[in-house]
Design a protein around this ligand. Structure first.
Ligand code: PLP
Length: 392
């Protein structure tokens, strides 16, 4: 068999490999604490699950329109209006099976040999994987600790060339928890006036996980780029629904029809009961979101305080999401061997920074979407390990 070369270039997300390894060790009877995978440890709120069960009972078992049921697209539009005061027509909203398919499709729409696509480094690994799959040249946007892990508008704008077709940005960010301040977003958007042909994909999947009273800055608020802005968002992180596979995109112009056709070719539609669950999430009580955010916030403070007590370890306080991107440069370890040794020898699963890009060397990512008790236990084990074990 001779398959196309693209598959030699596609990558993956190491968090899933670490999850499999952690589960295998747990099955052998090892006491594993998983701070690797990025998903809320809370159950999906009851009223959301009940809505899906009711939808099955009501006979919503068939295909829906490829772009999603109208009531849900209207609810997304109303939710964006309520939270951000922006007008988003339900005709531009597409219901997707998770957040990932939006990045997959948008990179497919722009990527081909000879063009450049920019993406954050460190950043969500699927961006680069998919860019490479298409044969486009990946151009990393460096995300720096000294900048609070926010992206720099000036640096980003300086990397654009005549070959750039798409810029991916992500705030609040995975794996760093960085949040880009409004002034920086303003500067970036103003600079994009010079590049009217370049599209932007804004991954805002953590938009409701932001702390210290800060407000999320959605790119939907900037009229000058709306005709080339793809918005990625979804239910996974906000409503503890990672396994439901439910997300949405706002697509500009003709891209909407491209995405609809891709959906028809690929998955037909998101399963109907899940869409009704998503509707209940958006139209039901939002205190469940506030409750999870408050809990993450408490853990965020604990995790950072405890990490900074460990030998050779430092961690700045993340402004959003639920990750602590921890500097381990002074431990004597490089990141991946450290992450592997921590799992093998202490049963603590976390992810080495290089899995998120070259700029991730010297860092490990801990997800604090786990109980405070488990976090403290894991950090205790890490402390003992770092104090007693020489770098390998
Ligand atoms: N975007 C970012 C930045 C993420 O961290 C994730 C998941 O970890 C996703 C998108 C994908 O979300 P979903 O699980 O809904 O596909």
């Amino acid at each position: 068999m001779k398959t196309i070369d693209n598959f030699d270039r596609i990558g993956e997300e190491n968090a899933f490999a670490v999850l499999a390894r952690a589960n295998a060790l747990a099955a052998q009877g090892r006491d594993i604490i998983n701070l690797g995978i990025g998903q809320p440890d809370f159950r999906t709120p009851e009223h959301i699950s009940e809505a899906a069960i009711q939808a099955i009972k009501d006979g919503h078992h068939g295909y829906t329109a490829a772009n999603g049921i109208l009531v849900l697209r209207e609810a997304v539009s109303a939710d964006l209006h309520k939270r951000y005061g922006v007008e988003v027509s339900p005709e531009t909203v597409m219901i997707m099976p998770g957040g990932k398919p939006t990045m997959f499709m948008s990179i497919l729409m722009f990527g081909q040999p000879g063009v450049e696509i920019m993406y954050p480094d460190p950043g969500f690994p699927i961006y680069r994987s998919m860019i490479e799959y298409t044969g486009a040249t990946p151009v990393p946007i460096p995300i720096r600790e000294e900048n609070g892990f926010a992206f720099s508008a000036q640096e980003t704008l300086g990397l654009i060339s005549d070959k750039t077709r798409l810029i991916i940005i992500n705030s609040p960010a995975n794996p760093t928890g960085g949040v880009t301040p409004k002034a920086e977003v303003d500067k970036f958007v103003a600079g994009m006036d010079k590049w009217p042909e370049v599209a932007i994909m804004s991954d805002e999947i953590y938009d409701q996980l932001i702390y210290d009273g800060q407000e999320h800055v959605t790119l939907l608020k900037y009229p000058s780029i709306r005709d080339r802005l793809i918005l990625l968002n979804g239910w996974s992180k906000t409503y503890a629904m990672t396994g439901w596979r439910l997300g949405y995109a706002v697509w500009p112009g003709k891209l909407y029809n491209y995405a609809r056709k891709l959906s028809v070719n690929l998955h037909s539609c998101v399963n109907a009961p899940t869409q009704y669950a998503g509707l209940a999430a958006l139209t039901g009580p939002q205190d469940v979101v506030a409750h999870m955010r408050t809990e993450f916030d408490k853990r965020r403070k604990v995790v950072v305080e405890e990490l900074n007590k460990l030998p050779g370890v430092s961690c700045i306080i993340p402004a959003g999401a639920f990750y602590a991107f921890t500097n381990v440069k002074n431990t004597g370890w490089t990141a991946k061997p450290l992450a592997n040794a921590l799992l093998d020898e202490t049963g603590v699963a976390l992810i080495g920074g290089p899995d998120f890009g070259i700029m991730g060397e010297g860092y490990i990512r801990l997800s604090y979407a786990n109980s405070t008790e488990n976090i403290l236990k894991a950090l205790g084990r890490m402390g003992d390990f770092l104090a007693s074990r020489k770098a390998g």
